[in-house]
Write a protein that binds this ligand. Sequence first.
Ligand SMILES: Cc1ncc(COP(=O)(O)O)c(C=O)c1O
Length: 475
Amino acid sequence: MSQQSQFLYDRVYDLIVDQIRAGSLRPGDKLPSLRRMSLQLNVSIATVMQGYVNLEREGFIRSRPQSGFFVNSNHRAAPQLPSATSPKPIVRDIKMTSIVLEMLRLSRQPNSAPMGTANPASSLLPVRALGRTAHRVVTRNPAAAIDYTEPAGHHELRRQIAYRMSANATVVDPEQIIITNGASEAMALTLKSVTSPGDTVAVESPTYFLLLQLIEDLGLKAIEVPSDPTNGLNLDAFEEIVSDFPISAMLCVVNFNNPYGSLMPDASKERLVAIANRAGVRLVEDDIYGDLHFGPYRPRPLQSFDRQGNVVLCSSFSKTLAPGYRIGWIVADRDREEMLSRKHTLSIANSSITQMTIAEFLASGGYDRHLKQFRRALKQQVDRMRYELAAVLPATTRISQPQGGFVLWVELPRGIDVTKLFHRGLEEGVNVMPGTIFSPTRKFRNCIRVNCGHPFDSVIEGGIARLGQLVDEQN
Ligand SMILES: Cc1ncc(COP(=O)(O)O)c(C=O)c1O
């Protein structure tokens, strides 16, 4: 099928899913006939048919002989979004690392449904193409492949990253970029350079647990900022916090936050940068999910709104291409020299082969081609998982509706204990992350994060059904 017709049947698919999500099409409702839909959208009947077949395959609708297509009545009405959070503005010491590491260790179970750690399935990543690219770069330049790169990283890789950012309204000189071992090392080097032990760092509520571990490791303290599952950080609350407390830095994931999936609108990004710049608070942005947008445009990073060099951007290819290559980066203006010297002291430089491979993959257009299909697959998986979860969990369950990335935040009825659920899940081959590790106070005791990075199959289907039964045991 051509690119053009593929695009058209995806439009049919999206239109129906959006109507089901919004509740304008409800379980049991009949879909418009092929002919009517084809006239409405000005596409061929075959294109509408293909869109409907995909919807049926994904479980959203079913066909009745001689009658047409109907919204599947297994599906509940669209679940509500999780509540916005309102943590108390209290500066806290953090003790998370041992509990998080223990949970991650326990959840590494080969045969359980892979809904725990936030990882895409390797079947969705360009495994072969990257292997061929690695082979090509080593054959062409074997000496460079075993040599050190300069500490800031392979120059062509930095140039490619800068080039991609320029398409996203951010003017970056490759000299501002430091290649790191994943986004985690990028965040660690950045935090070390912009804070001193004992300082207070602001985090979103909920926030990605590794950021809490980093804060603990560096002897820092944390204060949580209220957030909502659609737009992210509550900026009025942030403004109050920075005027009431001496905050050194704010760590944030404004594009498809982990675990909320929230996306901060551009106007809010601009305001966040203005508030932080006025208050002298460094913004440390983790943009690891930005390329995984479901809408037509990549959301802008916070850094693109900053004229004062106050925002440091950290990212990596771990969610989009190859987690094991460990290629991440920092884009910094102020403090770049200090970060670079720390990187040099810590590990001299990243591995050369993986840097050269990704540089070549970006330059060849392979990354963009991969992203197109990958984003499409993720959107369908996230939609599907949201509906399947809604069908088995209690009616009052709330589920996020991210516009990118691949995690869902699920707020179960009050009284459900997700630590118990986590352990019972492991016994039953179901792996989800308990909400308690996404906050320094271990709240979110009735919330879980669900990974949707794997194609929906019988293992995941079984996992979701068992999850529903385990929640019912406690309800
Ligand atoms: C928001 C966020 N930042 C960083 C990471 C880790 O990135 P990396 O594997 O590149 O170190 C993750 C992985 O789950 C993440 O979700």
